[in-house]
Structures are given as C-alpha cells and as structure tokens.
Design a protein around this ligand. Structure first.
Ligand SMILES: [Zn+2]
Ligand SMILES: [Zn+2]
Length: 166
C-alpha cells in the first residue's frame, strides 16, 4: 500500500517546486516554481505500479539516496527545552531528550533524494530501497572521470543496493 508521491525541488531563485503524483500515474510533465514561476520539464524515470521508485522523477537518473526526514530544528528544540529543565530535574531531562530524539529518528519516514538534481521524493514505497548517501557516487557525478574515487555506476542504479561501508 502506498499513497501519493510528494515531490519537492529547490529552485535557483530560492523558491520551491512542489507537486504530488498518485501511484501508477505519470508525472505532470511540467511544474512551475512557486517563487519565480519558471517552468521545468520533467523527465521522470521508472516508477512501478506499487509506487516503488527506481529512478528520479525529475531527471530520470537511477542513483538516489535515502535519508531520514528529521528536521534538525526539531531535534535542537527538544534538546533546548531539556537543557532549560535540566537543573530542576537532576539532569534527567537531558537523558529523556536523547531518548526522545532517538525514537523520533527511528520512526521518521525516509526521504529519497536524487544525486543529480536534488529533488526529494516523499511517500515512495519501501521497495526498492535506496541506500544512504554515498560520497563516492556524489563525487563521480560531480567530477566524472576526474573523481579520485570514481567507481562506475552500479547496474540499474542504487535500487536495492547495500549501504555504503564508509
Ligand atoms: Zn524559482
Ligand atoms: Zn534527479
């Protein structure tokens, strides 16, 4: 079961392009920036009937990475509140905050981002899974053959690839 895929892409103007795609539906073709109104043509890659994401839905690149959708401000906020409460709780509030942060992190959904265009996909199906960010892939895409650690792209991109070791 999966719901709509929600997409968010930053624009050079500082604005955002945001849209949704229902499962099994093609993308909208074009999207406009909420800030400057500039339109962008989408060249979506493969997405299966179950909502599985096999490639970027903006540029079609098959290398994506997963990261937790955890707003840093939220984590800092919790720690901040705990720090204020610390003297009156024998510092147990700090222990609690660490636990809460850890639990929140575990239950936060994952965002799948594209190495090339940076679009964030939210609400994709669990399968295939894309591993977490791999600096080697990012460097290869940025510098091409000049990359020091230029390993070639895995066949089929990052779908169901193992997490990087480093
Ligand atoms: Zn813009
Ligand atoms: Zn992309």
């Amino acid at each position: 079961m999966s719901g709509d895929l929600r997409l968010r892409l930053g624009c050079p103007c500082g604005g955002r392009l945001e849209w949704t795609q229902a499962p099994g539906e093609p993308g909208p073709g074009r999207v406009a920036c909420g800030g400057c109104g500039e339109e962008r043509t989408l060249e979506p890659g493969r997405r299966d009937e179950e909502g599985g994401l096999w490639a970027c839905q903006v540029c079609g690149h098959p290398e994506l990475y997963s990261r937790k959708d955890f707003p840093a401000a939220l984590g800092l906020g919790i720690v901040g509140v705990a720090a204020v409460a610390a003297p009156s709780t024998a510092y147990l509030s700090l222990v609690g905050a660490t636990l809460v942060d850890g639990l929140l992190y575990l239950f936060m959904p994952e965002v799948v981002a594209c190495y090339v265009c940076g679009v964030e996909h939210r609400g994709a199906a669990k399968e295939p899974r894309h591993p977490r960010f791999d600096r080697e892939i990012a460097e290869r895409l940025k510098y091409g053959r000049r990359a020091v650690m230029g390993r070639p792209m895995r066949e089929g991109g990052t779908a169901n690839a193992p997490d990087p070791e480093h």
